[in-house]
Design a protein around this ligand. Structure first.
Ligand SMILES: C[S@@+](CC[C@H](N)C(=O)[O-])C[C@H]1O[C@@H](n2cnc3c(N)ncnc32)[C@H](O)[C@@H]1O
Length: 262
């Protein structure tokens, strides 16, 4: 797999041998070829409504959080955008409006898939699994030279921000307070101890009660001191590890309610 994916890069760089390619990569830390190297090696398989049961749970979670002025979601391996746009549709369905109080930050290491995701344009066969009424409400069908293509409505794009982020990197540069983290079908590429380190970093970024959604073949049981299994591949952050300021503001919110009602 690595051979076939990198062989193309070696050819595009007009080189003859892998060793020559790797030497040139390693000779300079800031070599722009690193980006192509990473993009060539990632596996980006995804689809709209993948593991559909998660979106039922999410809809209910969002409705339960409707007292919050703003709900924060992090989609941490967004690939070509099908997953974050399904999250956006779910938010709009949960609140019955194209302008729900929800913000989604969608990240991936691969800059090429992020550009695709940002554009929000797909082939018709890629929306096969999307229910007809959802397609009608949230997608715009192309015609003329865009025949066979479909794009997401601008309202979906307006609540999603795309940004490059390496889950293995040291500084994620994210503001804490996420109510939801989707981290699906990416941890499988990492060793168990690396997965654990990432999960330990997720916990303090989450609001108390926040839910972490994992992929179908992923099991975060090794982080049971941080996350409690709530349902099929859905985990709740344990309150003692969640973001502290968020819990202060929940207390403040409750105090305000008590003051108002007395
Ligand atoms: C198989 S796709 C899963 C996409 C989506 N989450 C889903 O379940 O349909 C895995 C994604 O993880 C991204 N990825 C791989 N390593 C990563 C890393 N170290 N940091 C962030 N994203 C990474 C890949 O670029 C790819 O888009």
């Amino acid at each position: 797999m690595v051979y076939s994916r990198l062989a193309r890069r070696v050819r595009d760089c007009k080189m003859q041998r892998f060793s020559e390619y790797l030497d040139s990569l390693e000779s300079r830390a800031g070599n722009p070829e690193w980006e192509h190297f990473i993009n060539a090696l990632t596996t980006n398989l995804t689809s709209f409504y993948r593991e559909a049961h998660h979106f039922e749970i999410l809809k209910k979670q969002l409705q339960d959080l409707s007292h919050k002025p703003r709900i924060e979601i992090w989609c941490s391996a967004a690939s070509t955008g099908e997953e974050p746009y399904t999250l956006a549709v779910t938010a709009m369905e949960a609140f019955g409006t194209l302008h729900p109080p929800v913000r989604i930050i969608a990240t991936d290491i691969d800059t090429k898939v992020l550009a695709h995701a940002k554009a929000g344009v797909y082939r018709l066969d890629q929306v096969d699994k999307v229910p007809r009424d959802i397609l009608r409400r949230y997608f715009l069908k192309g015609n003329g030279e865009n025949d066979g293509l479909i794009r997401v409505r601008p309202e979906l794009q307006s609540i999603v921000t795309f940004k490059q982020l390496n889950l293995l990197g040291e500084n994620w540069n994210l503001r804490p307070g996420f109510d939801v983290i989707f981290c699906r079908n990416v941890m499988i590429y990492f060793e168990k101890d690396v997965q654990f380190q990432i999960l330990k970093r997720f916990a303090p970024l989450m609001s108390p009660g926040g839910l972490l959604y994992a992929g179908h073949s992923e099991n975060f049981g090794m982080a049971k001191d941080y996350f409690l299994l709530k349902g099929k591949t859905v985990y709740e952050v344990l309150p003692e590890h969640a973001h502290r300021l968020a819990s202060v503001s929940v207390d403040a919110f409750q105090r305000r309610l008590i003051t108002r009602s007395t």
